[in-house]
Each structure stands twice: as C-alpha cells, then as structure tokens.
Design a protein. Structure first.
Length: 203
C-alpha cells in the first residue's frame, strides 16, 4: 500500500509540475477530513462513540494499531478503509516533503544570490571610497600647490639677488654683529695692546 501511495504521489507530482503548493494543501485537508468522515461512519454503524471512532481511524491509517478498540465492522469495508487511509497518508507525506525540500532549495538559492549581491555591493562601496579618497587627496595637493605658487612666487622674486646666491639673513637681527664683522672690542685691542688679558694678569 505504501508503494501504491508513492506511485500515486509521483503521478500527482508529474501532473502539477513544479507548483506543488496547491496539491500539498489539498492532500493535507483530505488527510484531516478522512479520519473524521470514517469516524462518523463507524459511529453510525457500530456501538462505539465518535471520539473512539476517530481514535481508531487515526491509529489505523497511521499504522500504529494499538488494538485496544475493535469496532463491529465488515472486513471488506475495513480493508478498503485501511488501504485508502494508508495511501492517502503516503501521498500527503511525499508531496509535503517534496514541497518543503523545494522551498529549502529555493531559499538556499536566494541566500546564495543575496550573498553574491552583497559582495558586489561591498566591492562597489570600497571602490567608491577609494575614488573619493583619491579625488579629495588630489584636490588637496592641487590646492597646496596653488597656494605655494601664489605665496612663494613673490618672495622668491624679492629675495633672489642679481648674482643668484641666496643666503639666510633674518630681519630680526639686523642690529647684531656676526662673526664676519669687526667688533668694537677687536678695534680697541688693535690700538691698545696693554689692555689684553695677559697684561692684566702680569700687572
């Protein structure tokens, strides 16, 4: 009976193609309704209650079969009821499992696509940041170059002498004497040799 159910599930899958959501919903509804219908029939034709009839039908079609209930029922009717129930359970489980596996594969494919898209967007953001950094850096270099050309051009033109030699001469120390200049003390020492340090010690 299980093999018959699997064969029927394959036929249903070929009939509906890739869209298995509708047959899965139909067979799930049939699987819920079948024990209720059989339970109502058993309750009407035998001496057991409706709840016991539903319990017996569920344990029978799911091949559990505790054997604690034995309703008064024709054997042929019982065999037909069990065969249809087991086939219905097999078809429903196969179709629902196929639909769930298809959904999982669908989600996995989209997760892979989302990962690729996120990687491409990350690379694009990195390239944009690098381009912006390069553009801003080049702009700053151009601005500094323009500032240096504007400021340094006049200073160079003013400080370069005719002979082309440039020496450092701070403006703050114009009144100070440097090493290459004759100081007052050296001029005085030339005129009076007696004021030298040696003469002071000897005297």
């Amino acid at each position: 009976m299980a093999d018959t159910g699997k064969f029927a599930a394959q036929l249903v899958t070929r009939w509906f193609g890739e869209n298995m959501a509708i047959p899965a919903a139909i067979f799930v509804c049939l699987l819920f309704a079948y024990p209720l219908v059989v339970g109502w029939i058993l309750c009407s034709t035998s001496s057991i209650t409706f709840l016991d009839s539903v319990y017996f039908s569920l344990t029978s079609i799911f091949t559990i079969g505790f054997g604690d209930l034995t309703p008064d029922m024709n054997v042929i009717h019982m065999v037909v009821f069990l065969a249809v129930g087991v086939i219905l359970v097999t078809i429903t489980l196969d179709i629902v499992a196929a639909e769930m596996i298809d959904r999982v594969h669908y989600m996995g494919r989209h997760v892979g696509k989302a990962k690729q898209l996120a990687g491409k967007m990350f690379q694009l953001a990195q390239s944009l940041n690098m381009k912006q950094g390069l553009v801003s850096g080049v702009g700053q270099l151009h601005a500094l170059a323009r500032f240096g050309m504007l400021v340094g051009k006049d200073d160079v033109e003013k400080t370069v002498p005719e002979d082309g030699v440039i020496a450092f001469s701070p403006d703050v120390m114009d009144g100070l004497d440097f090493v290459d200049n004759l100081s007052i003390y050296s001029r005085r020492s030339r005129h009076s040799a007696g004021n030298s340090a040696r003469n002071l010690f000897l005297s």
